[in-house]
Write a protein that binds this ligand. Structure first.
Ligand SMILES: Cc1cc2nc3c(=O)[nH]c(=O)nc-3n(C[C@H](O)[C@H](O)[C@H](O)COP(=O)(O)OP(=O)(O)OC[C@H]3O[C@@H](n4cnc5c(N)ncnc54)[C@H](O)[C@@H]3O)c2cc1C
Length: 336
């Protein structure tokens, strides 16, 4: 059965930010054959392609996208001992909920992160001391250039902080991801918010299900209410060298820095915004900064991508001027 290619599809409802114009063409694919067909359609018309998952890390410009948007809908979750494989279009949190119910440990701290399994591998999502790459065993991806499907073992995925080979090489479309989880493993509860949550409740060794409940509760409290458009953290935490960090510390003695395995230092973008700019709660037209977290940009209902970008440019200039650090977007901008 052939794919259905629609014309002039409004992209805003396909993103959690809920802004943006039309895709010139739009197709949903759930198999490699459908994906090949969609790629062939775009190539034969010389159109650019944008691969869309859950749209939770994507900001679409008002002008939309003058090409083919391919929405990834590969489904299914299968278990083989402690290896679980999920289609790239499966909702990420459905996988987390499912594996926790199977008493498999390793991704519970990534509970309630929006988006798809494919998006999680591309972005190497992270939260509460855990990253997707900690448990990813392999990723199956379709190469739009060669039209071949290949399995990438974890070491070949070039994972880094919100980085992967699938993000760098735009020809690679993630179709399936396999995770290696631990049966009867010990969940991580050492991240500050999580530790405090259990200390307040007098729980010493939380069970897997309790960790998921804690993360869901903490995130629900911290994130904008359902219905408010957002793409989560708009900026990445900046990474600097040790000498750069030391120079910053001279100027800003309270600055927080976390030494990384590669000897770089990760700064907290949230701290920089709070310290230098007092950005929380700032509002410009329909766009604003969340009151509980300066990293989170929100659409109060009428924002355009251009209003959001004008506000984020203002924030970036302010931090650059006051600290010398350039904030980089975590959110992917889609424009023609
Ligand atoms: C409220 C909220 C909270 C969030 N919290 C976190 C958090 O704690 N930690 C965190 O890391 N992120 C967080 N995010 C960001 C977001 O949820 C993740 O980046 C998510 O993995 C994006 O997945 P997606 O399917 O929605 O990707 P999309 O937004 O659809 O796409 C993101 C990028 O990945 C590409 N892509 C998507 N699917 C594929 C695929 N199958 N193959 C190839 N490329 C693909 C797209 O082309 C695009 O470049 C949050 C977002 C929101 C809205």
């Amino acid at each position: 059965m052939g794919i259905q290619v629609k014309e002039q599809v409004l992209l805003a409802p396909f993103t959690t930010m809920r802004v943006g114009g039309n895709a010139r063409f739009f197709a949903r694919v759930g198999t490699v054959d459908e994906l090949s067909e969609a790629v062939f359609f775009a190539r034969s018309k010389n159109l650019p392609i944008f691969i869309l998952g859950g749209g939770s890390n994507t900001l679409v410009s008002g002008a939309g996208f003058f090409g083919l948007v391919i929405k990834i809908e590969f489904k299914g979750i299968t278990y083989k001992n402690n290896h679980i494989t999920a289609g790239a279009g499966v909702v990420w949190d459905e996988v987390v909920s499912d594996v926790v119910a199977h008493n498999l440990c390793g991704i519970e701290n990534l509970s309630l992160i929006p988006g798809t399994v494919g998006g999680a591998a591309v972005q190497n999502i992270g939260a509460y001391g855990v990253e997707a790459c900690d448990t990813i065993f392999s990723v199956e991806a379709f190469d739009m250039k060669t039209t071949q499907t290949k399995i990438f073992l974890r070491a070949e995925c070039e994972f880094g902080y919100r980085e992967s080979i699938f993000k760098k090489n735009k020809n690679l479309v993630v179709t399936r991801v396999t995770f290696e989880l631990a049966q009867n493993g010990t969940p991580r509860a050492d991240y500050e918010d999580v530790k405090n949550y259990f200390a307040e409740r007098g729980i010493k060794s939380p069970a897997l299900g309790e960790i998921r409940e804690a993360i869901v509760a903490i995130r629900t409290w911290k994130m904008p209410a359902p219905g408010i458009g957002t793409a989560g953290s708009f900026f990445k935490n900046p990474v600097v060298s040790v000498p750069e960090y030391e120079a910053l510390k001279n100027e800003l003695p309270e600055i927080k820095g976390y030494l990384q395995a590669d000897n770089s230092v990760k700064l907290s973008a949230g701290w920089l915004l709070d310290h230098a700019g007092k950005w929380r709660g700032v509002r410009r037209q329909g766009a604003g900064v969340h009151e509980k977290n300066a990293l989170i940009l929100v659409n109060y209902g009428t924002a355009t991508a251009e209003e959001i970008l004008s506000l984020t440019d203002e924030m970036k200039s302010d931090i650059k001027e006051k600290t010398g650090v350039l904030l980089e977007e975590e959110v992917i901008l889609v424009k023609s």
